[in-house]
Design a protein around this ligand. Structure first.
Ligand code: GUN
Length: 300
């Protein structure tokens, strides 16, 4: 039997439409335009693509986009001064500093300099702590997108066995907290986990976020499980011609799709949800800053 495909591309389009609708409401009823500032230091090609896509989708949703591209040699103090200006700017409701930052910059200090109310990435220690203690936080975009897809597909998550493979601050840890908040029974597995196959086979919900191409085979998947593949890995694809590549996830899709109940493809699964959730977080931040009702279905 073949699993249901969870279509992140279509789901992200519905999120963006809801965001655009709320943006119109904020403009027409309150004279407000949510604004997102994105800061990119250096010229990492993948980061440049992400930042361009963020800017385009922000404007398509009717919001204001502010891009700050700084040279790779930018000093820490200069970056902190920019963040201080953005923190103080009334037109800016969300601030995102694209990662990774160049090696000479202390990323933790930079992320913690962002006003937590404008921290649409949810990486500031205040937001990390609020999420971990079950309080109202800004929630990291990729795990938020995964949670939305899980709720949409499964409804109530309470009591389900969830296994998150990967313990990063960007995905694994916040994902585990979100699943706990929805009363799933959560295990975080990682590279040192003993008998990872057996741990994965227990999962009603399996979230793979390790960044290793196709490392989770179908026979690690419990029959009927819901599989969320966060990995985006580029591998050689000689079958497409010399020097060609293709994108694959952390799950071996061809074998997992035979066993799972539902699965996100790569590309077209989690990927498109991340920017959609960034737009959602920006609207949420704008509403909170002005003491207005938050949009429904766009927060955790
Ligand atoms: N680089 C890769 N993923 C992310 C993300 O979610 N946020 C930021 N700021 N940088 C990233």
């Amino acid at each position: 039997m073949s699993a249901t495909l969870i279509d992140g591309k279509a789901f992200a389009a519905t999120i963006r439409a809801k965001v655009a609708e709320h943006v119109r409401h904020l403009r027409d009823e309150h004279g407000l335009t949510p604004g997102l500032a994105v800061v990119l230091v250096g010229e990492d090609p993948a980061s440049q693509v992400y930042v361009r896509n963020k800017g385009t989708q922000t404007e398509e949703a009717g919001m204001a986009s502010f891009e700050h591209r700084l040279p790779v040699e930018t000093a820490q103090e200069e970056l902190l001064a920019l963040i201080a200006r953005l923190n103080a700017a009334p037109a800016v409701h969300g601030i995102l500093v694209q990662l990774p930052l160049p090696g000479h910059i202390d990323a933790a200090e930079v992320l913690n300099a962002i006003d937590p109310a404008k921290d649409v990435d949810g990486f500031h220690i205040s937001n990390v702590g609020l999420l971990a203690t079950g309080q109202k936080a800004m929630v990291p975009c990729t795990p938020l997108g995964c949670l939305m897809m899980l709720r949409d597909h499964l409804g109530d998550l309470s009591g389900l066995d969830a296994v998150v493979v990967g313990r990063s601050n960007i995905v694994g840890k916040p994902m585990a907290h979100l699943l706990l908040r929805d009363s799933a029974t959560v295990t975080i597995a990682h590279s040192r986990t003993r008998d990872l196959a057996a741990v994965c086979r227990r999962a009603d919900i399996l979230v793979a976020a390790v960044g290793r191409p196709q490392m989770i085979p179908g026979d690690w998947v419990k029959p009927g499980a819901t599989v969320i593949d966060v990995g985006i890995n580029r591998i050689p694809a000689p079958e497409r011609g010399e020097g060609k590549t293709r994108l694959v996830g952390d799950v071996d899709f061809d074998s997992a799709v035979q066993v799972a109940g539902a699965i996100t493809p790569v590309p077209g699964g989690v990927g498109p949800m991340t920017i959609a959730c960034l737009l959602a977080n920006t609207v949420t931040a704008c509403c909170r800053a002005h003491g207005l009702a938050e949009p429904e279905g766009l927060t955790a």
